[in-house]
Write a protein that binds this ligand. Structure first.
Ligand code: NAD
Ligand code: UD1
Length: 321
C-alpha cells in the first residue's frame, strides 16, 4: 500500500453516499476500472439495492455509518487507508434543508469537514466533492461559467458553497487535491421517483410508465441542464483517480437547456398515449432557466456529457441499470 502511495497510483477509493443514486453508479464505475472501493452510507435516502452489482465484487466493501460520527469515520479511513475519497453523502433535499437549517449545517458542512479531516490524516491524495449548481442562485448570465459570482438562495446551496471553501485550502495545507464538481440536474436509473423532492425526470418517467398524468408547475417552458448519471460518474471517477488532473471547481453539465415540454415530448415518443399533463402554479423559489457552461470541465478534465438527452431518456426506461 505504501508503494502505491509513493508512485502516485490511485487504487483505493472511499465513497461516501455510496448507496445513493450518484454514489452507486460511481462505485460501479470505480469497480469497472479495477479499483478497490469502500462505501459509506447511513441509508437515510440510499438503498443497498442500488449496490447489488457492487456487492458482488470482492474488491468492494460497505459500511453503514454516518459521516457525522467523527471517531467512527476516522477509524474507517484509518483501516482502509484510501488514496482518494469521493464525498457524495449529503442532506439532498432543498426544502428539508430549509426547514432544518441546523441539520443541513451538521450534515452538509460539518460532515464535509469530518470526511476531509479523516482523509487528510491518512495522507489521502485527492478528495472529490459533490457540489451543486445551487451555489449560483438566480443568475441572469447564462450559460453559467465557474467565474460567475456565487449567490446561493437557499440553505442547501449555502452549505455546498461553504464546503467548497473549506476543502479548497487542503491542497496547500495537506497536499490533498480537492476537486469540487458543481452538478447540474442529474438524471438516470436509480433516482428514487417516490420522493416528492426527486428530480423532475424520474417523477415524470414513473408517471408515464404507470399511465398517470404528470403535474407541470408553471407553463412548462422553464429549462434545465440535464446530465446523465453515468456521464457524471465517469467524470467523478476520473477526477478521483487520474493523478495528473488538477483540482479546483468545475461545472458538470451538458450545456444544453431542455424545457419541460420537450421532456414530455421525449417521453411521449416512448410511452404512447400518455395522459395530458396537469398544469399547476409555478413552485415558489423555482428558477426559470438553469444552464451551465461545461467548457472548463471539457478542457481540463476531458469531460463531455456524451449521452444525448434522447438516449438518456430511453435508457431510463430500463429499470435498475
Ligand atoms: P442520494 O440521496 O441518492 O444520495 C445521497 C446519499 O447520501 C444517500 O445514499 C444517503 O443515504 C447518504 N447520506 C445522507 N446523509 C448521510 C450521512 N449523514 N451519513 C452517511 N450517508 C449519508 O442523492 P444523489 O442525487 O445521489 O446526490 C449525491 C450528491 O450529489 C449529494 O451531495 C447531492 O447534494 C449532490 N448533487 C446532486 C444533484 C442531482 O441532480 N441529483 C445535483 C447537485 C448536487
Ligand atoms: C435542482 C435540484 C436542487 C438544486 C437546484 C439547483 C433536484 C431534485 N433538485 O432543482 O437540489 O438546488 O437544481 O439549480 O435535483 N417540476 C414539475 N413537476 C414535478 C417536479 C418538478 O413541473 O413533478 C418542475 C419544477 O417546478 C422545476 C423543474 O421541474 O421547474 C425542475 O425541477 P427539479 O427536478 O426539482 O429540479 P430543480 O428545481 O432544477
Amino acid at each position: 500500500m505504501e508503494d502505491q502511495k509513493n508512485t502516485g497510483e490511485i487504487s483505493r477509493v472511499m465513497v461516501t453516499g455510496a448507496a445513493g443514486f450518484i454514489g452507486s453508479h460511481t462505485c460501479d464505475a470505480l469497480l469497472q476500472k479495477g479499483k478497490t472501493v469502500t462505501g459509506i452510507d447511513n441509508l437515510s435516502t440510499g438503498s443497498l439495492d442500488n449496490l447489488a452489482d457492487a456487492l458482488r465484487h470482492d474488491t468492494f466493501s460497505f459500511h453503514q455509518a454516518d459521516i457525522c460520527e467523527t471517531s467512527l469515520i476516522a477509524k474507517l479511513f484509518n483501516d482502509f487507508q484510501p488514496d482518494a475519497v469521493i464525498h457524495l453523502a449529503a442532506l439532498v433535499s432543498v426544502p428539508i434543508a430549509e426547514e432544518n437549517p441546523d441539520e443541513n449545517d451538521r450534515i452538509n458542512v460539518l460532515g464535509t469537514k469530518t470526511v476531509a479531516q479523516a482523509a487528510s490524516t491518512c495522507a489521502t491524495k485527492r478528495i472529490v466533492f459533490a457540489s451543486s449548481a445551487a451555489v449560483y442562485g438566480n443568475s441572469e448570465h447564462l450559460p453559467l461559467s465557474e467565474a460567475e459570482p456565487t449567490n446561493p438562495i437557499n440553505q442547501y446551496g449555502k452549505a455546498k458553497l461553504e464546503s467548497e471553501s473549506l476543502l479548497l485550502p487542503y491542497e496547500k495545507s495537506h497536499a490533498m487535491i480537492p476537486t469540487c464538481l458543481r452538478f447540474f440536474n442529474v438524471y438516470g436509473p436509480r433516482q428514487d421517483p417516490d420522493s416528492p423532492y426527486s428530480g423532475v425526470i424520474s417523477i415524470f418517467s414513473r408517471a408515464c410508465i404507470q399511465g398517470e398524468p404528470v403535474t407541470v408547475f408553471g407553463d412548462g417552458h422553464q429549462t434545465r441542464d440535464f446530465v446523465f448519471v453515468k456521464d457524471i460518474a465517469h467524470a467523478v471517477v476520473a477526477s478521483a483517480t487520474n493523478p495528473i488532473l488538477p483540482g479546483g471547481i468545475y461545472n458538470l453539465c451538458s450545456g444544453t437547456g431542455i424545457t419541460l415540454l420537450e421532456l414530455l415530448d421525449a417521453l411521449a415518443s416512448i410511452h404512447h398515449d400518455i395522459p395530458a399533463p396537469l398544469f399547476k402554479e409555478k413552485r415558489e423559489g423555482d428558477l426559470r432557466h438553469s444552464l451551465g457552461d461545461p467548457s472548463r470541465a471539457r478542457e481540463i478534465l476531458g469531460f463531455t456529457a456524451t449521452t444525448s438527452f434522447a438516449e438518456g431518456i430511453r435508457k431510463l426506461q430500463t429499470p435498475n441499470q
